[in-house]
Design a protein around this ligand. Structure first.
Ligand SMILES: [Zn+2]
Length: 264
């Protein structure tokens, strides 16, 4: 394996809304840095864009789904359709970007951009898709774990990642119990919250994958700039510093984790 290879398990580089001008430049900079990108949808539109972007951009893999913010304006049936189209193009050997997961899906009670009952409905529908097609999931859960765990437990065998996790030790243990990995991003480099700092120091490399959530959550020392997947290397270096190992060790372990969860 390329020692410099590192997986950004959660970015939005494909999304023309987030990257209106500099998408290609951000992509080539990230490829030069040895980054493999998982392009995560947030709506039907952005999921479709993720699939199309990955068809023409080497080293990119699409994950399709409806974000809890967008639950009220998007139908899960269209995500199912995308997955089925992906499978059909695989069979017919048409240009294909193999969909590797469902996401980002979950519950967000911090912003409540969609009514909670609609968020729950969309989450259940998309967990059913993940279960039907045996796909791993990139989860977005904020201030909603009490509702989240019982719903997840209705779908045994679901594997995946709690993307951008900054919650309690107890919810980390709940995740561990269910075999979910933790997605660590730029927050780990700039949080001033002592509990979060302690968590990012202590969480074992075996339990994490790296991500950027680009264009959001730019890591130190690039704060103020738009985030790009190339900066996932900074998250790796920061983990290496916290855990007193080499960045290569961090990249090797977290890349192996990402590969085993998402089957690439
Ligand atoms: Zn995201």
């Amino acid at each position: 394996m390329n020692a410099r290879l590192v997986v950004d398990t959660h970015c939005h580089i494909h999304d023309s809304e987030f990257y209106p001008e500099n998408r290609e430049e951000a992509y080539s900079q990230s490829r030069t840095a040895g980054v493999v990108m998982f392009c995560v949808g947030t709506s039907v539109q952005s999921s479709r864009e993720a699939v199309e972007f990955c068809q023409t951009h080497e080293g990119c893999y699409p994950i399709v789904g409806i974000h809890p913010h967008d639950a009220k304006d998007n139908a899960a049936a269209n995500i199912r359709l995308l997955v089925e189209e992906g499978l059909q193009s695989l069979q017919s050997k048409a240009p294909n970007a193999n969909i590797i997961g469902i996401g980002e899906i979950g519950l967000d009670y911090f912003y409540d951009h969609s009514p909670r009952e609609v968020q729950i409905e969309r989450l259940r529908e998309q967990l059913q898709i993940a279960s039907d097609y045996n796909l791993p999931v990139s989860f977005h859960v904020r201030e909603a774990f009490d509702d989240f765990w019982p719903i997840l437990d209705d779908f045994p065998g679901i594997r995946g990642v709690l993307h951008s996790f900054t919650d309690t030790e107890q919810n980390y243990q709940e995740a561990k119990k269910r075999g979910l990995a933790i997605g660590v991003n730029g927050i780990s480099t700039f949080t001033k919250d002592a509990k979060q700092q302690q968590f990012f120091t202590e969480v074992p490399l075996e339990d994490i994958v790296l991500e950027t959530d680009a264009p959001f959550l730019t890591p130190k020392p690039f704060r103020g700039k738009m985030n790009i997947p190339a900066y996932v290397g900074r998250v790796a270096e920061h983990q290496a510093m916290l855990k007193n190992v080499s960045p290569t060790d961090v990249m090797r372990t977290t890349t192996a984790n990402a590969k085993s969860i998402f089957g690439i």
